[in-house]
Design a protein around this ligand. Structure first.
Ligand SMILES: C[S@@+](CC[C@H](N)C(=O)[O-])C[C@H]1O[C@@H](n2cnc3c(N)ncnc32)[C@H](O)[C@@H]1O
Length: 280
C-alpha cells in the first residue's frame, strides 16, 4: 500500500527535501546518508516525474546538496546540545518525514516530531513513533504544543526548511513564546536573506505549483537583527553550506564549492542558533 500526498498544499513541501535527501544519499554518500528517505520515497503515492526530471539539472543538484548539508548542520547542533543535556527534549518543528531526531538519539533524550495533523497522520503510518518518541499534530503558530514537551532535561528545537513559510512577525511571536516557555533551550533553523528567499519562492515553490504558502521570513545578519527581538535571546549563525563542512570531498565539484560560497556569502544562507536565556 502507498500513502498519498496531495498536490498544492503546504504539506506537499515535505516532498522536495525528502526527495533531495534520497538523491544526496545516492550522489554524495561520503557527505550524507539517509536510508530512511530512500525507503520512504518508494512508499509514497506521488508523481515524482517532475522531481526526477529536474534532478538532472545542475542547479537542482546543487539544491539537493543544500538540503543534505542543512540536515547535517542541524544534527551537529542537536548532538552538541545533547552532550551537555543528555536527557533533553529534541524537537523537530515542521518535521515532515525527516528522521533527524532519531539519527541524533543518544539513548536517553526524548524525541518529538511536530507538524500539521495530516502530515503527522502520514508520518504515524510511515514512521510510527518509537521508544522515547512522540509524533505531535499541531499548528506551530498556536502555542498549545508547548505543554506537550517535557523540557525538564533541557530542550533543543530545530526547524529545517520551515520558517520560509512564516511571516517575520510569526517567527518573532513563536521565538518569544518559546523563550518564555523553555528558558535555557536552544532553537536552530536555516534561513537566508531577502534575495535568496525570493528565489526560493520563485523556483522551488512555483515548480511545486504551491499556492497557499503565505509571505516569508528572511534574515541577513542574525545576531544584529534577531537578538533585539527580546533581551533573553542570544542569536548567532554559521554558513549553511560551508560553516560546518569545508566541502573538500572529491565528490563535490569546484563549481559547486563556488556556488556554496556564493550561497553562504551573497545569499546569506545560514544556520541560525538562538539560545533562550535562563536555566531550565
Ligand atoms: C519544506 S517542508 C520541510 C519538512 C522537514 N523539516 C524536512 O526537512 O524534510 C515544511 C514542513 O513544515 C510544515 N509546516 C509548515 N507550517 C507549519 C505550521 N504552521 N505548523 C506545523 N507544521 C508546519 C509543513 O507541513 C511541512 O511538513
Amino acid at each position: 500500500m502507498k500513502y498519498k500526498i496531495e498536490k498544492n498544499t503546504v504539506q506537499e513541501t515535505l516532498i522536495l527535501p525528502l526527495y533531495s535527501r534520497k538523491l544526496c544519499t545516492e550522489l554524495y554518500p561520503n557527505l550524507y546518508r539517509d536510508e530512511t528517505a530512500v525507503r520512504l520515497i518508494d512508499q509514497i503515492d506521488y508523481d515524482f516525474s517532475e522531481a526526477e526530471k529536474n534532478s538532472r539539472s545542475l542547479m537542482q543538484r546543487f539544491g539537493t546538496l543544500e538540503v543534505a548539508m542543512r540536515q547535517n548542520d542541524l544534527a551537529f547542533e542537536v548532538r552538541d546540545y545533547l552532550k551537555s543535556h543528555p536527557n533533553a527534549a529534541v524537537v523537530n518543528l515542521g518535521c515532515g518525514l525527516d528522521s533527524t531526531g532519531r539519527s541524533c538519539d543518544n539513548g536517553s533524550c526524548k524525541i518529538y516530531n511536530l507538524d500539521f495533523p495530516d502530515v503527522i497522520a502520514l508520518r504515524q503510518q510511515l514512521l510510527p513513533a518509537g521508544e522515547r518518541e512522540q509524533n505531535i499534530p499541531c499548528d506551530l503558530k498556536d502555542p498549545a504544543w508547548f505543554d506537550k514537551i517535557d523540557a525538564s532535561g533541557g530542550a533543543v528545537f530545530f526547524a529545517s526548511g520551515v520558517f520560509y513559510y512564516f511571516l517575520t512577525e510569526q517567527v518573532r511571536e513563536l521565538v518569544q513564546g518559546m523563550a518564555d516557555a523553555f528558558p535555557g533551550g536552544v532553537l536552530v533553523f536555516d534561513a537566508a536573506n531577502r534575495t535568496a528567499v525570493q528565489m526560493i519562492t520563485k523556483t522551488w515553490l512555483r515548480t511545486a505549483k504551491i499556492k497557499d504558502v503565505g509571505a516569508y521570513f528572511a534574515v541577513s545578519d542574525a545576531k544584529s537583527e534577531l537578538s533585539p527581538w527580546d533581551s533573553r535571546l542570544q542569536a548567532s549563525s554559521r554558513g549553511y553550506m560551508m560553516g560546518y563542512n569545508d566541502l573538500k570531498d572529491p565528490s563535490v565539484s569546484g563549481f559547486f564549492r563556488f556556488l556554496a560560497r556564493v550561497g553562504d556569502g551573497m545569499m546569506k544562507m545560514q544556520i541560525v542558533k538562538i539560545r533562550f536565556g535562563g536555566k531550565l
